[in-house]
Design a protein around this ligand. Structure first.
Ligand SMILES: [Zn+2]
Length: 319
């Protein structure tokens, strides 16, 4: 059959085919609707049985601004707490813009955990929230707090000091134990287990990083002061000036001179705070290598993230 013939046949057959398909479609839709009604009834039945016998799903809901905080909350709450975070872990959290859905998430939570620095102002999220539903981690007693490199504000990346992570977990435990009293023991033992693992990570990092060839630490953004201090390294320089500000030529020259003077071979950064254009100027002048760390929990839970960072810093400082 020629091309024209085949097309003619197609035109003739098409309406018939369409009709069959239409019938099939309407039947499918009504079957689906019926099925859905039945399904909803089954769900309702299951739900009322569960409620009758006192079963419960995660009763407490906690929302945090960033993922590492949510990871710490999860260590304590496990399956008894519904944990969410607002700011995606792959973006620069300083410049995130809250969405209407974020406000809803926070509003529906029993507790909202946030840093209090570095995030965009949370006032739009918490306008109608009672004080007891808010936990600002930089206000927790005993937290190690460091300043920004160029001004007096508190540096937000407090969770990169594992000692701080323990304090955050403990505050979450206290909250959960009073909110959900019948599971208080569960939260306490989860906390103790986490504390033990954090201590192991601290020991792992301290012993590993005490033997590096070069203790001088250079980063792209001033992002890791808590990590550097906890593991007894020395913060030598950062390429970026403040938050996202392009470095001046004078600043770049100073950084390059320091890198050469202290024989630094690695520039540490996270991918969320990195501008390859500026970094390349320093790299071309010094031969240093860029090493990516994880400050936002993209490599896993809190403990995995910390172990990853310790291993990567060890690698970079031994180049
Ligand atoms: Zn920052």
């Amino acid at each position: 059959m020629g091309i024209i013939g085949r097309e003619a046949l197609f035109v003739i057959l098409q309406p018939a085919k369409n009709l069959v398909f239409f019938k099939f479609l309407t039947q499918s839709i009504s079957f689906y609707k019926m099925f859905r009604r039945v399904k909803v009834r089954i769900y309702q039945a299951i739900l009322s049985v569960l409620l009758l016998f006192g079963f419960s799903f995660a009763e407490v809901k906690i929302t945090t601004t960033i993922k590492p905080l949510a990871d710490i909350v999860k260590e304590v709450g496990k399956d008894k707490v519904d944990v969410a975070y607002i700011i995606p872990s792959n973006v620069n959290f300083h410049t995130y813009e809250y969405k209407p859905l974020d406000i809803k998430k926070v509003y529906e939570s029993d507790l909202f955990v946030f840093i209090g620095y570095g995030e965009p102002s949370i006032s739009s999220l918490t306008k109608n929230l009672k004080k007891e539903k808010l936990m600002q981690i930089t206000n927790l007693k005993g937290m190690v707090l460091l300043k920004e490199e160029d001004h007096d504000e508190i540096h937000p990346a407090v969770w990169l000091d594992p000692e701080n992570a323990k304090l955050i977990a403990k505050a979450v435990m206290d909250f959960l134990a009073s909110k959900d009293k019948q599971n208080a023991q569960f939260y306490k033992s989860n906390y103790l287990e986490f504390e033990k693992k954090v201590n192991e990570i601290l020991n792992y990092g301290k012993s590993k990083l005490s033997s590096v060839r070069n203790k001088y630490f250079v980063s792209y953004h001033y992002e890791f002061p808590y990590f550097v201090k906890r593991f007894n390294l020395i913060y030598l320089a950062e390429i970026e000036m403040g938050h996202g500000r392009e470095p001046s030529p004078k600043h770049l020259i100073e950084v390059i001179q320091k890198i050469k003077k202290y024989n630094v071979k690695a520039i540490f950064t996270s991918k969320q705070f990195f501008n390859p254009k500026t970094a390349n100027i320093v790299i071309s002048q010094t031969g240093a290598k860029v090493i990516f760390l994880d400050s936002m929990g993209e490599t896993g839970d809190y403990l995995n993230m910390m172990r990853y960072n310790i291993d990567k810093v060890y690698e970079g400082l031994n180049l």
